[in-house]
Design a binder for this molecule. Sequence first.
Ligand SMILES: C[S@@+](CC[C@H](N)C(=O)[O-])C[C@H]1O[C@@H](n2cnc3c(N)ncnc32)[C@H](O)[C@@H]1O
Length: 275
Amino acid sequence: MNYRHAFHAGNFADLVKHGTLTLLLDALTADPAPLAVVDTHAGAGGYDLDGELARRTGEAAQGIFRLMAADDAPAVFDGLKAAVRRGNPGGGVRFYPGSPSLIGAALRRTDRYIACELRDDDVALLGETLAPFPGAKAVQTDGFAMAGHEAGKGGRMLVLIDPPFERGDDYARIAETMASVLRLAPSACVAVWLPLKDLETFDAFLRSVEPIGAALLVAEARLKPLTDPMKMNGCAMIIANAPAGLDGSLLAVCRWVAQRLGEPGGKAEVWRTGA
Ligand SMILES: C[S@@+](CC[C@H](N)C(=O)[O-])C[C@H]1O[C@@H](n2cnc3c(N)ncnc32)[C@H](O)[C@@H]1O
């Protein structure tokens, strides 16, 4: 496992993923019933953008730094921006919240959160990040298996699936995990982040999850036309059991990212597949 999210924290793809995540958390915690959240690939929890790893790539310069400085960012980013401000009480944008920080902060007393991470170094950081949140637990385990296990317990559930895509079987394991979670917990909200490199891979993934029979909300932010399959040309969120009314908000997220951070030929699209 070579991937470390610290190299990529706060980049355009994080804006799509974390903008979506804050909207999902807002919608799901509007219902008073307890919520269980499983983050299958949690990473370190939060990131120092002044740290060596983040500075080596400088990806945040075309992501969160642009968003925080923008005067035209739509209100759908307010949750993410507020989380960044909370993490930087002295001002500036040095610390960036990963999915665990965002989820931890949204938990109510009755909710619980299992954050899965395999790497020794990142799981140690994850434990520190989650220490202030009583309902949250960092676990060094395979997140795909944990999601299926937790789905068997019943109750309302959000699963975030955000693998590094450095293994050939990541797409197949996402599809298997979606299938097993939705079989055990048919109303679970399952949100998957995907890179957009070429259309064939993306379409093949969508075809692979068709037999599950779930209605999906698909939100795409393409920074440029998908002509070079060796590059991450954009990213997408695929959501099963998406809360009603999320479509327009996700379009606003993807549109701002594609228009402000992309190149000519970039575009944003949000659509639903039938059940
Ligand atoms: C893209 S990063 C996660 C970023 C995080 N979700 C966020 O938004 O802040 C993917 C992480 O998954 C971890 N990982 C890889 N395979 C895993 C697995 N099977 N189970 C749990 N974690 C895994 C990697 O070590 C890496 O830290």
